[in-house]
Design a protein around this ligand. Structure first.
Ligand code: FO1
Length: 310
């Protein structure tokens, strides 16, 4: 038991919701959470890692639960002044959140890696799970639209993912290297869980880091994913739009196709259970459950359901 390892692949808000339940089912110190850093962005000279922060703040129980990101009881005094000098007022960085970005930027400037900075921040905030960025190198997701080729955060927050998507680019991904222990953890893990995050720009970005997808393919039987799509749409975010743009069916079947080479087990929503036979033809064991995590009890029940599967 002492060295049980469970690997989790995570994006931001959807993953954080599931993790809130999972840490009530598995001891948090058993979890090695590999997080997408393709949303990372530099603003005001500060290195901001939205998904790492969402996961860290959630597990530290300081997140604003209503929004799913940022600190609870936040103020925006610093941003109100920054807005006078910069055009990035659309990115709502609170005062407490800014303190984390100042600390992280300072650590990176001192020569610490992103993984080391992440560990220092999460430990100081009292997180017991290990949170690991997918790589130390900078990767930034860009969305090509008729307006411009824009950073994913601008597409998501400023434009509310409304513009037509003409293409997706993961800048820097070829130079990215998986942190060595990620490959070791994938191999040693008792179970690998793919959170109900955006398959293209959250989980998909992690999968694009050289050698990670290949490592997962070898562990198919122990890989469990939860679909982020219910009846053709997402709870929040552009996952449905992005799947369609890449030519995948906008459904749990489309997600299964995207994960087909490495996925062993797939939990889809009860409302999509008619897709089960079609997904099972892809040689993925499929289970139907209520995946809409509207309260803590439902998050825990979903985590229990996944952990009780054989
Ligand atoms: N999401 C928003 O919808 N609006 C915001 O202004 C916003 C600010 C923000 C600041 C720090 C941070 O860590 C996350 C923030 N998020 C915000 C959430 C986040 O950018 C997105 O949910 C993810 O990047 C999508 O995966």
């Amino acid at each position: 038991m002492a060295d049980d390892i469970y690997v989790v692949l995570a994006g931001g808000v959807g993953a954080a919701k599931f993790l809130e339940g999972l840490v009530k089912v598995i001891p948090p110190e058993f979890l090695k959470i590999i997080v997408n850093t393709g949303d990372d962005i530099e603003l005001f000279g500060l290195k901001i890692c939205p998904d790492l922060d969402i996961i860290t703040y959630t597990l530290a129980e300081v997140v604003d639960k209503e929004k799913g990101w940022g600190f609870v009881d936040e103020s925006f005094n610093c941003l109100s002044i920054l807005k006078q000098f910069y055009d990035y007022g659309w990115f709502n960085l609170g005062d407490k959140d800014l303190a984390i970005h100042i600390y992280r930027t300072d650590l990176l400037n001192q020569g610490f890696t992103k993984a080391q900075a992440t560990q220092k921040i999460s430990e100081k905030l009292g997180v017991l799970s290990e949170i690991i960025p997918m790589c130390n190198e900078p990767v930034e997701t860009y969305i090509k639209t008729p307006i411009s080729n824009m950073h994913f955060e601008e597409f998501y927050i400023k434009y509310q993912y409304q513009p037509e998507i003409l293409g997706i680019e993961f800048k820097g991904i070829q130079e990215a290297r998986p942190i060595k222990k990620i490959l070791d953890f994938i191999h040693k893990a008792k179970r690998i869980i793919i959170c109900p995050s955006n398959p293209i720009v959250s989980i998909g970005t992690i999968l694009q880091v050289p050698r990670i997808r290949e490592a997962l393919v070898k562990e198919k039987d122990k890989i469990y994913a939860i679909s982020p799509i219910i009846q053709g749409t997402t709870v929040k975010g552009p996952a449905d739009k992005l799947l369609g743009c890449l030519g995948f069916n906008v459904s749990s079947f489309g997600v299964a196709k995207y994960y087909q080479d490495f996925l062993g087990h797939f939990i889809i929503d009860n409302k999509d259970c008619d897709l089960k036979p079609k997904i099972e033809q892809l040689k993925i064991k499929t289970y139907c459950y209520d995946t809409l995590m509207t309260n803590l009890e439902k998050k825990i029940k979903l985590a229990q359901f996944l952990m009780n599967l054989n």
